[in-house]
Every structure is written in structure tokens, then in C-alpha cells.
Design a protein around this ligand. Structure first.
Ligand SMILES: [Zn+2]
Length: 292
């Protein structure tokens, strides 16, 4: 079952290598994969199977040492040692995006560490200069906890990264045993959130940054809608053409059938008349002849 813990693309190497126990470090690995995906706009380790998944990871991080694989099961360790050793190629992370700054790559390298015990902790990751800078940007314009008086300096909240007052309790998850129940609980949760008037992620919809984001989204939507309209018109034209072709083919077939019934001489006469709509008169046998 351990293999099913996380979607394969985001699965930590210790789970891929059959570790019997795992810690919160598996989540740091997953977040690292998603961080890399956001930078590169594509899945960082997109493999078809768990074995290939491990292969892609070692291509980036290099072959792990025996010490790094101490949580792995015997079979996985043997498999890894049988393969030709690979050197790390972490500098490839700089090519993910123009946004892959030294700080970003530094944080990414600390999240994507093979040995879970050497992987950066959540607390240390939150204190990393990259996250710190993002946090400052967020509180300088988009948050709801700080404000700028009409005349004067921005007033910042006392705490930028408040800790939860109580540890997260996942007991409620245990009663969710069917998809239907999950749907009902989600619906209830959303309805409750709407009643409290809370804005998701504490984004301030009045901030300039949010407005520019929203207007960009509107422009993108308009472009998308006009593109869809063009495609609909093109599809309709194609359909009409196909229908016309089918009609012509049917007319041709009728003419041929007609020819078999009344002899080839008469068909020549009907062919001369092809421009006109093919009605009952055209199909009727010529005067003096009756179909048998
Ligand atoms: Zn704030």
C-alpha cells in the first residue's frame, strides 16, 4: 500500500525504494517536485513506472550512496547498485526557467535530497531567503493583514507566518469511506466558508496586483472565447461541405441505379439534366417505356 501514498510523479525516493517507514519529509519532496513544476511549467519527474521514476530522479541527483539508501528495501538497493553510477546534474535546474534564480535553485536542491533525514525541514524551508522574499512581496501588496494608510508608510502585521494554534487533526477523515461522503463534506465546507466571508488564501481582491491578475484573466478568457467561435464556424462549414458531397454521391448512385433499370441510352439523357434538382420526373422512365 505504501506505493499508493502519493501520486507517482511526486513520490519520494524512499517510498519508491520500498521503505517500511516514512516521515513528513515525503511531503517536502512532493512540494519540491511541485516547485520545480511551477518554475519549468512541466512535470519535473514524469515517468511511466516507479522504476523509471527512480531512474529520472537519479539522473538529476546522481546515484545515491549506500548511506542515503539505508531506508530502502534490500531488493531496491541491489537494483540501484547494479546500475552504472551516474553523476549529479543539479545545474540543469537553472534551465527550468528564467525565474530559476540562485535562491530558487538553492531551495529546490535542499528539498530534492535523496536521504529524507538530510532533506530540509518545513521550518527551515519557510525561513529560506527565497520564501522570505516572496513573503515580503505578498505582505507589501496582496495580503489582508497589513494596510497602507492614505498618507504614510505601510503598516505591517506583527507576524508574517503565524503558526496554527492547534496541531492539525485528521480524525474527521476516518468517517469518509465513500466518494459520495467526500462530496457532501466538501460541499458543506465550502458553504461554511462562504458564510464566514473569508477570502481563500487571504488574497486581497482590492489590491493592484490582484486586479491586474484578474484583468489579464479576463483578456485571456475573451481571446479563448473568440478562438472557440472561429473553430465552431469552421466546423460548421466543414459539416456543410461534407453534407453537400454526400448528397452529390447519393445523386450519382441514384443515376447509376436508374441506368441499370432503364438502359444506358436513357441515362445519357438524364445526365444532361444533372444541373437541375433530381426529382421524381427525372427518374421516371422516358415516354413509351415502363419499368419492369
Ligand atoms: Zn500582511
Amino acid at each position: 500500500m505504501t506505493q499508493e501514498v502519493v501520486t507517482q510523479y511526486y513520490r519520494a525516493p524512499e517510498i519508491l525504494m520500498g521503505a517500511r517507514h516514512y516521515s513528513a519529509a515525503v511531503d517536502v519532496w512532493s512540494v519540491g517536485c511541485i516547485f520545480g513544476e511551477l518554475l519549468g511549467r512541466r512535470i519535473l519527474f514524469q515517468a511511466q513506472s516507479p522504476v523509471q521514476q527512480l531512474e529520472l530522479i537519479t539522473e538529476l541527483l546522481g546515484t545515491p550512496t549506500l548511506e542515503d539508501m539505508r531506508h530502502a528495501c534490500e531488493g531496491a538497493r541491489t537494483h540501484m547498485l547494479r546500475r552504472a553510477p551516474k553523476p549529479p546534474s543539479l545545474s540543469a535546474l537553472y534551465t527550468l526557467s528564467t525565474h530559476a534564480t540562485h535562491e530558487a535553485v538553492h531551495l529546490l536542491c535542499q528539498m530534492l535530497v535523496f536521504d529524507p533525514d538530510k532533506r530540509i525541514s518545513v521550518i527551515d524551508a519557510l525561513a529560506h531567503p527565497y520564501v522570505d522574499e516572496g513573503r515580503l512581496r505578498y505582505h507589501s501588496c496582496m495580503c489582508k493583514c497589513c494596510y497602507t494608510p492614505s498618507a504614510g508608510m505601510r503598516q505591517y502585521a506583527a507576524e508574517f507566518e503565524p503558526s496554527a494554534q492547534q496541531p492539525f487533526d485528521d480524525l474527521w477523515e476516518r468517517k469518509l469511506t465513500s466518494v459520495q461522503q467526500v462530496k457532501e463534506e466538501m460541499h458543506k465546507f465550502i458553504a461554511e466558508q462562504l458564510q464566514t466571508g473569508r477570502v481563500p488564501l487571504c488574497i486581497n481582491p482590492q489590491s493592484a496586483a490582484f486586479k491586474s491578475f484578474a484583468s489579464f484573466s479576463r483578456q485571456a478568457m475573451k481571446k479563448f472565447q473568440s478562438e472557440m467561435k472561429k473553430r465552431r464556424v469552421a466546423a460548421l462549414e466543414q459539416l456543410q461541405q461534407q453534407q453537400q458531397q454526400q448528397q452529390q454521391q447519393q445523386q450519382q448512385q441514384l443515376l447509376q441505379q436508374c441506368g441499370q433499370l432503364i438502359g444506358s441510352n436513357s441515362v445519357d439523357r438524364i445526365k444532361l439534366n444533372r444541373g437541375a434538382p433530381l426529382g421524381a420526373a427525372a427518374l421516371a422512365p422516358p415516354v413509351g417505356m415502363t419499368a419492369q
